[in-house]
Design a protein. Structure first.
Length: 169
């Protein structure tokens, strides 16, 4: 693999069979071109965030070594979501932070800061979200988190109550 970067991916689901959806998503990540899955966190049951009147989520994180650009990687993540049955085009503002058959987020891409339409890295809410930081810190606590320090530094700033490990990928 030439000129690779380390990318951190957040995985989540709370509709259908979330454990199965995340396991299949990890398999799909492993099939991405010019990409190697370096680590996958345990799966965590996490309370709903944003819209509270929905089922708990199952969340995880994956660490990738990839030669894909951030934009190309995001396109592949969106394709994996679509294959799982998510239709972002039909989602409305009212559905923001609502139930998902699968949600894949590009959380970090090396130490890059990207702010362009459709792609913001670090993920704009990562520093507030225990459901993303707990699994990510498990596998990548020392990864750079621009503007914060490291993933472990960010984790120290959030309330982790309710985030509970439930399964190993």
């Amino acid at each position: 693999m030439s000129k690779s970067s380390i990318a951190s991916i957040g995985l989540g689901a709370n509709l259908g069979q979330p454990l199965v959806a995340l396991q299949q998503a990890v398999g799909s990540l492993a099939e991405l071109p010019h990409t190697e899955v370096l680590a996958v966190s345990r799966f965590y049951r996490t309370p709903a965030w944003g819209q509270l009147q929905q089922p708990d989520f199952v969340n995880a994180a994956a660490l990738l070594k990839t030669a894909l650009s951030p934009q190309a990687l995001l396109k592949h993540l969106l394709d994996i979501e679509r294959m799982a049955g998510r239709d972002r085009d039909r989602e409305t503002a009212a559905m923001r932070w609502g139930p998902r058959v699968l949600d894949l987020d590009l959380l970090l891409y090396g130490d890059q800061v990207i702010n362009e339409p459709g792609l913001r890295v670090p993920h704009p809410y990562l520093h507030e979200r225990a459901f993303a930081l707990v699994p990510l810190a498990e596998i990548a606590g020392d990864q750079p988190f621009p503007g914060v320090g490291t993933v472990a530094d960010a984790l120290r700033g959030v309330d982790v109550r309710g985030v509970e490990a439930i399964a190993v990928c």
